[in-house]
Design a protein around this ligand. Structure first.
Ligand code: NDP
Length: 505
C-alpha cells in the first residue's frame, strides 16, 4: 500500500505506525495479540493521562501577556523588572475558582484565584493572590480544616451547609471575607471583570538595603462586573465554563484584558506603630491611611496553544521571589511558602520547575539540584553537582541578599489580636462602601445559603453579622425567620468576638 503524502504518524518513541485503526488479531475475529505494542502503549499512556487535580484552585483558565512599568518605584525596590518606566516583562496569568473540582462551574460563589508568573531576568517571580484583599483565616494551621469545610462532606459526598457555617461561625476573624464572598463580588461575571490582590503583605527592598512592607492591587481596566446570586445560579446550568470561555474569546478577538497595578507601601516604622497588625491577612490597609500608588499595567494578549501543557501544568508559588521582593511575617503567607512547592512536587513531580511554562525564560537556571523523576534536560551534564567546588561553576551572589530583619520574641503558639477589632472592617464595608442594592443582594445571598444550615448555626453566624453591624445581623436574622432578640443577646454575650460553640446534632 502506498503512503499518503505528508507527515508520518509515529509512536511515542518515534517509530512509524503502520495502522492506527485496526488492532493486531489472530484471525479476523480475534483475540488481540499482545505483540501489538502500538495498541498496548496507546492504552497504557491513556490510562495515565490524568494527573492529580489541585487540592484547591482546580478549575482555572490562563493566558500569556506582558507587564509594563508605568511608575518609578526604584526607591522602594531593586527588582529589575520594576527598574524603569516603560520596561516590559513577559507574564503568564491563571485565574480560578477555589473549592470546586476541575469540572465545577465558573460562576460558583467562591473567591477567585489570581496568579501571575513574571518571567524576569532574575528568575521567575510569582504573585499568587485572589480577587479579594483579605482571607477567611490568618494561621496556616487552620487551612486544611477550612478547605475541608468548603469541599464535600466525608459521609455524603455533598456540599454541606452545616460544616461550612460551623467552621466559619467558630472562626470570627472570617467575617470580613465572608461579607465580601456573599456580596456580588463573590460571583464575578468574568475573570476579566475582577480585581486581583496580593492579599498578603510582602517586603520590597531597594539597592541600599532599606525595606518596606507592600500590598499589591491589580485593578481591572474592564471595570468590576458581577453576577447577582440568581444570575450566577442560572449561569451554572447555561454555561458552566462561562469565565473560561469569556477569557479565551476576548483574547482571540483581540480585546485584550488589562489590569493596573497599584501598590500600598508602609515603612517598618509605620508598621510597628500601626493601630492593628499590618500582617493580619483578615484586614486591609485603609486607603486613607496608605494611599495606593500606580506601578504598572498587565495586559493578556495570547491564548495558550495547549491547555494541559500551559495551564494545567502551570505551578505558581508565593515563595518564588526575585531580588527586591521578599516575604513578610504574615503567618498565613509563611505556611503558603512551604505548601505550594510541596503540593506541586506531589502533583507534577520534583522536576516540575523544568516544564516549559514554569521554567525561567529571561534568565538561565543554574543549580546543583540533580536527578529525580522526569529530569528531562541534560541534568547538569558532567559538571559538578556540589558546592563549594573548584571548577569555576555557578557560585552564590551575596549582593542579591535581602536585608537583615530584626526578629525577637518567645517561641510559643501566639494568636493574632482578636475580638472587636475583627468586626470593624466588615462593618465599614457594609455601612460605608456598599450601596443599598449591594446590601440587599448580600443579605439575600447569605440567607439563601445559611438557611440550609441547622438553627444553632444560623443563630451563631447571625450574631457575628450583628457584631459587624447591628442592621446587617438583624436583616439576616429576619430573612432566616430567627428570633431577632436571641441573635442580639448572643452578639452581646461575648464582647471578645467569639460566640460560644453550642453543640449541634
Ligand atoms: P475606600 O473607600 O478607600 O476603598 C473601598 C474599596 O472597596 C475600594 O477599593 C473598592 O474597590 C472596594 N469595594 C467597593 N465595593 C465593594 C464591594 N461591594 N465589596 C468589596 N469591596 C468593594 O475605603 P477603605 O480603604 O477605608 O476600605 C473600606 C472597606 O472597603 C474595607 O473595610 C474593605 O472591606 C473594602 N476594601 C478595601 C480595600 C483596601 O485595600 N483598602 C480593597 C478592597 C475592598 P474598587 O475600587 O475596585 O471598586
Amino acid at each position: 500500500m502506498k503512503k499518503k503524502k505528508g507527515k508520518t504518524l509515529t509512536t511515542g518513541f518515534g517509530m512509524p505506525v503502520d495502522n492506527d485503526l485496526d488492532s493486531l488479531t489472530a484471525g479476523p475475529h480475534g483475540p488481540i495479540l499482545m505483540q501489538d505494542m502500538h495498541l498496548m502503549e496507546k492504552l497504557a499512556h491513556f490510562d495515565r493521562e490524568r494527573i492529580p487535580e489541585r487540592v484547591v484552585h482546580a478549575k482555572g483558565a490562563g493566558a500569556h501577556g506582558y507587564f509594563e512599568v508605568t511608575g518609578d518605584v526604584t526607591k522602594y525596590t531593586r527588582a529589575r523588572f520594576l527598574s524603569e518606566v516603560g520596561k516590559r516583562t513577559e507574564v503568564f496569568a491563571r485565574f480560578s475558582t477555589v473549592g470546586g473540582e476541575k469540572g465545577s462551574a465558573d460562576s460558583e460563589r467562591d473567591p477567585r484565584g489570581f496568579a501571575i508568573k513574571f518571567y524576569t531576568e532574575d528568575g521567575n517571580y510569582d504573585m499568587v493572590g485572589n480577587n479579594t484583599p483579605v482571607f477567611f483565616i490568618r494561621d496556616p494551621l487552620k487551612f486544611p480544616d477550612f478547605i475541608h469545610t468548603q469541599k464535600r462532606h466525608p459521609g455524603t459526598n455533598l456540599k454541606d451547609a452545616n460544616m461550612f457555617w460551623d467552621f466559619l461561625s467558630l472562626t470570627p476573624e472570617s467575617i470580613h471575607q465572608v461579607t465580601i464572598l456573599f456580596s456580588d463580588r463573590g460571583t464575578p461575571r468574568t475573570f476579566r471583570h475582577m480585581n486581583g490582590y496580593s492579599s498578603h503583605t510582602y517586603m520590597w527592598y531597594n539597592a541600599k538595603g532599606q525595606y518596606y512592607w507592600v500590598k499589591l492591587h491589580f485593578k481591572t481596566e474592564q471595570g468590576i462586573e458581577n453576577f447577582s446570586g440568581p444570575e450566577a445560579d442560572h449561569m451554572r446550568g447555561v454555561d458552566p465554563d462561562c469565565a473560561t470561555r469569556d477569557l479565551h474569546e476576548a483574547i482571540a478577538r483581540g480585546d485584550f484584558p488589562s489590569w493596573r497595578l497599584e501598590v500600598q507601601i508602609m515603612t517598618p516604622e509605620q508598621a510597628r506603630e500601626y493601630r492593628f497588625d499590618p500582617f493580619d491577612i483578615t484586614k486591609v490597609w485603609p486607603h486613607a491611611d496608605v494611599p495606593p500608588i500606580e506601578v504598572g499595567r498587565m495586559v493578556l494578549n495570547r491564548n495558550p496553544d495547549n491547555y494541559f501543557a500551559e495551564v494545567e501544568q502551570a505551578a505558581f508559588s508565593p515563595g518564588n521571589f526575585v531580588p527586591g521582593v521578599g516575604p513578610s511575617p504574615d503567618k498565613l503567607l509563611q505556611g503558603r511558602l512551604f505548601s505550594y512547592h510541596d503540593t506541586h512536587r506531589h502533583r507534577l513531580g520534583p522536576n516540575y520547575h523544568l516544564l516549559p511554562v514554569n521554567a525561567p525564560k529571561a534568565s538561565k537556571m543554574d543549580s546543583y539540584q540533580r536527578d529525580g523523576a522526569m529530569r528531562f534536560d541534560d541534568n547538569g551534564g558532567g559538571g559538578p553537582n556540589y558546592w563549594p567546588n573548584s571548577y569555576n561553576a555557578a557560585a552564590p551572589d551575596p549582593t542579591t541578599a535581602p536585608p537583615a530583619v530584626d526578629v525577637s520574641g518567645m517561641a510559643a503558639r501566639h494568636q493574632y489580636a482578636s475580638g472587636d477589632i475583627d468586626f470593624v472592617q466588615a462593618g465599614a464595608l457594609y455601612r460605608d462602601v456598599m450601596t443599598d442594592t449591594d446590601r440587599e443582594h448580600l443579605i439575600d445571598n447569605v440567607v439563601g445559603h445559611l438557611k440550609n444550615a441547622c438553627e444553632p448555626l444560623q443563630l451563631r453566624q447571625s450574631a457575628l453579622f450583628w457584631k459587624a453591624d447591628p442592621e446587617y445581623g438583624r436583616r439576616v436574622a429576619q430573612g432566616l425567620g430567627l428570633n431577632v432578640k436571641e441573635v442580639e443577646d448572643l452578639a452581646a454575650m461575648n464582647q471578645e468576638g467569639r460566640v460560644a460553640a453550642t453543640p449541634i446534632q
